[in-house]
Structure formats: C-alpha cells, structure tokens
Ligand binder design. Structure first.
Ligand code: CTP
Length: 476
C-alpha cells in the first residue's frame, strides 16, 4: 500500500498545534485545506500566504471559539452565522474556520443550501483538485496529506482540474470559471480539456456573478506575471465578450485596397505583458489593457491615407468611464489616471521624431505627475517585430525622456500654477471678473508653454501689459 505523505514542515508554526489541541478538546477532526496547502507545495510566496482555511468535521464556529481561548491574547472571533463560518486574526494570520459540508447550490444564486458532510464531501464540492488538498490537524496523523482526487499529480503536471464533473463544479458556482483562468494565469498551469469545454458550455452563467467578484479576478489576472495568458483564455472560452466586449471588438485585421492594419486585440495583450515587466501598478496595467479600445468605434478607411482611427484616444478615454461604471469599479482618481493615460497615449510617439521644447512643455503640462507612467505605457506600446524600428522607437523615447528632464529642471511646468493670478490681473487694471481676465491668463499660459517667455513672475507681468494694451486695457 502506498504510504500517505506527511508534511509536518508545512505546519511548523505554533498556530497549527493550537488548532490541533482545540480540535482534540472538542473531539473533532480538522484539516488545513485550500490555498495554504497548495501554495506551500508550490513553494509559492504570495501576499496571501498568511491565510489559513481550516475545515472541521463539526462546527467551524465552535472550533474557532475554542482556538481563540488557546491563542495568546485571546483574540476576537468574527462569526458569519449565515455561512456557518468564523474568522480569527492572530499574529499576522487570518484563520478561517468552516464545518465540512455537502452542498448543493440553487440554480439562480451562488448561495448554497448547506448540509453537514464528511471531509471527502467537502473536498468534492471545492473548485479544483489543487485546492482540495488537505493536511490533517489531528494528533494521530498530524500533517498527513488527504488527497482523494490526485491533486498532487495535477500540481506536478501543472493542471487545473475539477474534483467533480466540471459541468457540475462550474454550474454550481460560475465564478470558478474565472478562477480557473486566473489560476492558470498566476501559476502558469493548463486548464484540463474537459474543464475548458465545460467553461465554454457554461459561460453565460457568469451573468449571476456580481461585478465586484468578476473585477477581483480580472485584477488578479492583470497583476500576474504574464496577463496575456488569462485574456487569451477568456477570449478562447467566450467569457471576454460578456465581461469586456470593448476588447473583443478589437480583434481582426481588415484589408482594403491591399492595405491592412494590425490586430489591435493581440497587440493590446503584448502591450499589457510588456508593461507587466516594468510595473506592478494595477492601474497602469489597466491603462495598457484599455489604451486602444477607442480604435474599434473610430476605425475608417480612407483611400488616400489607408486605415485611420481618428480621435481614438479621446473616444477611448470616454469609454473608460463607461466601462468602469458598468463593472462597478471605482470612479475615483485611479479611473482618472487610466483615462488620462488613454487620452495621452499617442502624444509621446507623435512628438518623438522631432522633440521640440514647446511640445515637451505641453506634454508635461497635460500629463502632470503622470508623465513617468505615460512614458512607461508608450514604451510598452512598441510591439514592432522589426528590430531596426524597435531600436529607433526606443531611442526616440530616450530623447523624449532626456528632453522632459531638461525642460522640467528649467521650466517647472509639471504642476503649472500661473505666475500671475486672476486677482493680480484685476487689481492691476482695476477691473472685476471678466472675459478680459480670462484672455490674459490664457495668453500668459500659452506664452510660457510656447517658450515665448520663461515661467517667471516678472516676465509674465511684462507680457501681461503688452497683451493688456493689445485688447485695450489700461492700468489702474
Ligand atoms: N473555493 C471554492 N470555490 C470558490 C472559492 C473558493 O471551492 N469559488 C475553495 C477552494 O478550495 C479554495 C478555498 O475555497 O482553495 C479558499 O478560497 P480563496 O481564499 O478564495 O482562494 P485560495 O485558494 O486561498 O487562493 P487565493 O488566495 O489565491 O485566492
């Protein structure tokens, strides 16, 4: 008979002995299950490595209370009665307790009808074999692995597989379709063929999942090392059309009069992978994902110039708002950053051939503190396979960066504050708020951005007087 593997090393933290002791006190069996076991076996360090899911053959709430009594400082137990679960936070750990269940889900909701069950029942109803691995916390077989679905084999084969018939697992909880793709992306695993087919069949069930949960998974895909794996899978199974139709609309290459444009969907995925190499900033990754969405509605063919996407940056930045709203994402400064980056996404390339001081000053003025993020996005946007062009574009951007630095040091236009205020203009001419004040302020700003005058008070005052005389103002 094959010997059960034992992983006491995984349970070396004193907290596990405490849970074991509490289980013994209540005369129940308990197990560590799910992400903690999976990530330990994968030697994976994640920010969530401090989450421990404990399943008990009995009441999760009772066990949690007993554990809390034994833990140093007797921490508080948060009880979620409706779910029959309890949570304790202690020395950096987040301990989640749940009673083993035999569940059946109702058709139109993710809320299951709960029935007590055995460990095997509980493992059965979990999403993937690699998430159903359990380590015993009983004194008699502390650390033994309970793996009825060969999760270890799947872990080694890098395979996402469901314990039950995938149609049941996904239909029970459609969020799992996204979780499968998310784990495939994070862990660089393959989704087993049967599973992939089941996702295709069940894709429209995603509609019962809340937008917030969908976005949580999308964010995890975007934050993975190679997000394109996830988005390619989402496209393949047909889920992307439900979630981000703006992206599927970018697919395809049109040809007219022998002129073709690039496939903007696959280009976008390359840009996202590129930016993932330079930043972990989620919002910059969103900006990369959405930077070309305006191209689908603006695509035109012009017989002189070929394929055009006029104003796609402007149209795209408007679409960002609608998309964030639809997905119930935050409509805050993060959304504004994404909008700004989409809006300005073509500017650095447009000026990179002939980098003038005034063009760079305008760019810094418009991008403000997002200038560095914008440059990262534009560099990631270079996906040409022609090595000569690749080098040229990167060298051009190096020149833009150098110029940005020079102009910044000299002209300080990043967070532009007019050197002469409206109040000062009104006081000088003895006038009240009026159109003239606006004209003068705008003229000063333009003169600074164009490099006609330096960004300094004296020069601006002098310029104000010339401009004021032009429009018939006399000093008070
Ligand atoms: N689980 C499930 N179906 C879901 C969500 C979770 O079966 N829709 C089970 C899995 O066994 C999972 C465990 O509950 O391992 C804990 O879920 P969660 O904390 O969301 O995921 P982890 O596996 O811990 O992974 P991560 O921390 O990366 O989200």
């Amino acid at each position: 008979m094959q010997q059960t593997p034992v992983y006491t090393q995984a349970l070396s933290d004193p907290v596990f002995r405490i849970i074991a002791k509490a289980s013994q006190n209540l005369n129940v069996s308990s197990y560590v299950i799910g992400g903690y076991v999976r990530d330990y076996l994968l030697e994976r360090n994640t920010s969530k490595e401090m989450d421990i899911d404990v399943v008990v053959i009995g009441s999760g709430i009772e066990l949690a209370k007993e554990v809390a009594k034994l833990l140093p400082g007797k921490p508080k137990v948060s009880i979620f009665k409706n779910f029959g679960t309890a949570m304790i936070k202690s020395s950096g750990w987040e301990l989640e307790f749940v009673g083993a269940r035999k569940e059946s889900y109702q058709k139109d909701s993710r809320k299951p009808a709960v029935e007590e069950g055995t460990l095997k029942d509980d493992q059965n109803r979990r999403d993937f074999t690699i998430n159903a691995l359990a380590l015993s916390l009983s004194e008699k077989d502390f650390g033994s692995l309970l793996d009825p679905f060969n999760g270890i084999e799947d872990l080694n084969a890098k395979l996402i597989r469901t314990p039950l018939d995938p149609d049941i697992t996904y239909s029970d909880d459609p969020l799992r379709m996204l979780r499968a793709i998310r784990f495939a992306t994070q862990l660089n695993f393959k989704i087993e063929k049967e599973s992939l087919e089941a996702i295709k069949r069940n894709k429209n069930r995603i509609k019962i999942i809340s937008k917030e949960r969908i976005v949580t998974e999308l964010n995890k895909i975007l934050l993975a090392q190679k997000p394109s794996i996830g988005f390619a899978l989402l496209l393949k199974v047909g889920l992307l059309d439900y979630i981000l139709p703006e992206l599927t609309a970018l697919q395809g290459v049109d040809e007219k009069d022998g002129q073709r444009h690039k496939d903007n969907f696959w280009h976008t995925l390359e840009v996202v992978d590129n930016i993932a190499e330079t930043t972990d900033n989620l919002w910059l990754r969103w900006a990369a994902l959405l930077h070309d969405i305006g191209k689908a509605p603006t695509k035109r063919f012009d017989k002189d110039t070929g394929w055009t996407f006029h104003s796609h940056e402007f149209v795209g930045s408007k679409m960002v708002y609608k998309l964030f709203k639809r997905l119930r994402m935050p409509l805050n400064d993060k959304m504004k950053l994404v909008q700004k980056l989409v809006l300005l996404s073509s500017r650095p390339i447009a000026i990179s051939n002939d980098v003038t001081d005034s063009a760079v000053r305008r760019l810094i003025f418009d991008a403000g503190d997002s200038i560095e993020d914008l440059m990262l996005l534009c560099e990631a946007d270079i996906t040409t396979k022609n090595p000569r062009k690749f080098r040229t574009y990167h060298n051009n951007f190096k020149r833009v960066r150098k110029k940005i630095k020079e102009v910044e040091e000299r002209d300080h236009v990043r967070n532009f504050q007019p050197p002469v205020s409206g109040e000062e203009i009104m006081h000088f001419y003895g006038i009240g708020p009026s159109r003239e004040v606006g004209i003068i302020k705008e003229a000063i700003k333009e003169a600074i951005l164009e490099g006609v005058i330096p960004n300094e008070k004296d020069a601006a005052m002098e310029f104000m007087q010339t401009k004021g005389a032009e429009i018939g103002l006399t000093p008070a």
